[in-house]
Design a protein around this ligand. Structure first.
Ligand code: TXA
Ligand code: MG
Length: 332
């Protein structure tokens, strides 16, 4: 039986007890919902992989509510400290060398650990109540879009976890930026809410890991998670950098008898069988992205044609998620 909690102090304290006792709790963060367990308990962490159907070679993020805990689980180097001081609490995960107390199940045997201090009030209260770093991947079944609304977390995790905290909709809508500070040059492994431009203000030199299609010659992803197919709705997703081509393809797919969805800006006048607007800019799009991908499936879209927004702000993160949902199908 999965208990549903509201984010009151009393219920968050109770959820913290569940974590302490080795149970699983789904909780809101400012990015996406997380599927949490005691990050220092090998046994509790194993349950996460089972509940999600996640391959055990894909490491997890440890969530902390203060720097003391971050220091206990990782070697905080100079660049890592700069990032943490500037952007924590917030949507950025920092990879550092791990300390011995971190169980191998969390890091999938790597000698590094990913640490994040979320800003969401409920998440922070839960971590404090549990008095341990909370290991948490996104709370979706493996391969599904990350949940950014309570209902989607519930759809995927009801019956698989001890409790779900209903924290409403997530603010940012895509997962945290992941930055590796153990490489010679700090490297963004996953773009997110904290952008490369923002990081460049405090770090003289940063690199961005390019994500290529699996099987591309000479390409081995640095972050284990990057090699898995992600964020896949049932519908075929195609990205368009050009409005004219988008309009032509709507007509073409409809001629083929396909149920066509378009994911478009609020000012677009294009029409199709299913139309969802992503708003006016990249920030709006990020917030409703995963929600909308699930919605297209619920509405029975067979193809989803997506208009891309202006290249600014959180664009890299949005493009990275959509690019993978689209199975790398981008049309000029
Ligand atoms: O916003 C977020 O980051 C959300 C919320 C719940 O905090 N969490 C999340 O976790 O997105 P997950 O497990 O879905 O994604 C974590 C990513 C994966 O791609 C994983 O491979 C990578 O971080 N990762 C974790 N530890 C790593 C490590 N030591 N080295 C390289 N990559 C690592
Ligand atoms: Mg995930």
């Amino acid at each position: 039986m999965t208990k549903i909690f509201s984010p009151t102090d009393a219920e968050i304290t109770f959820a913290g007890e569940i974590i302490k006792q080795g149970g699983l709790v789904v909780f809101p963060t400012e990015t996406v919902y997380g599927l949490g367990a005691d990050g220092l308990s090998d046994k509790a962490v194993q349950k996460i992989f089972k509940a999600k159907g996640r391959p055990s070679d894909n490491p997890l993020i440890l969530h902390v509510a203060d720097m003391q805990w971050a220091e206990k689980i990782g070697e905080i180097n100079e660049n890592a400290r700069k990032i943490m001081e500037k952007f924590w609490p917030g949507p950025i995960t920092v990879i550092v060398q791990k300390k011995d107390i971190v169980p191998g199940a969390v890091t999938a045997g790597l000698d590094t650990v990913a640490i994040r201090m979320p800003e969401n009030e409920t998440a922070r209260k839960l971590i404090k109540a549990a008095d341990t770093p909370i290991a948490a991947p996104s709370a979706n079944l493996s391969g599904k879009p990350s949940p950014t609304a309570f209902r989607h977390a519930f759809d995927d995790m009801n019956g698989r976890v001890d409790a779900i905290i209903d924290g409403g909709d997530c603010d940012i809508g895509i997962e945290s930026t992941v930055i590796d500070t153990t490489s010679l040059v700090p490297t963004i492994l996953r773009p997110g809410g904290i952008t490369a431009e923002m990081l460049a203000e405090i770090l003289p030199d940063i690199a961005v890991e390019q994500h290529k299609k699996e099987g591309t010659e000479g390409y081995t992803p640095k972050s284990p998670g990057m090699k898995y197919k992600h964020y896949a709705p049932d519908a075929q997703v195609i990205l368009y950098l050009n409005q004219k081509r988008l309009a032509e393809d709507i007509a073409e797919f409809r001629k083929q008898g396909k149920k066509v969805g378009i994911f478009k800006s609020e000012t677009s006048t294009l029409t199709a069988d299913i139309e969802l607007s992503w708003g006016k800019d990249t920030k709006d799009l990020a917030k409703c992205l995963f929600y909308s991908l699930r919605r297209f499936d619920e509405l029975g879209a067979e193809v989803v044609l997506c208009e891309m927004p202006e290249k600014n702000g959180i664009w890299q993160g949005v493009y990275n998620r959509l690019y993978k949902s689209a199975g790398f199908d981008v049309r000029e």
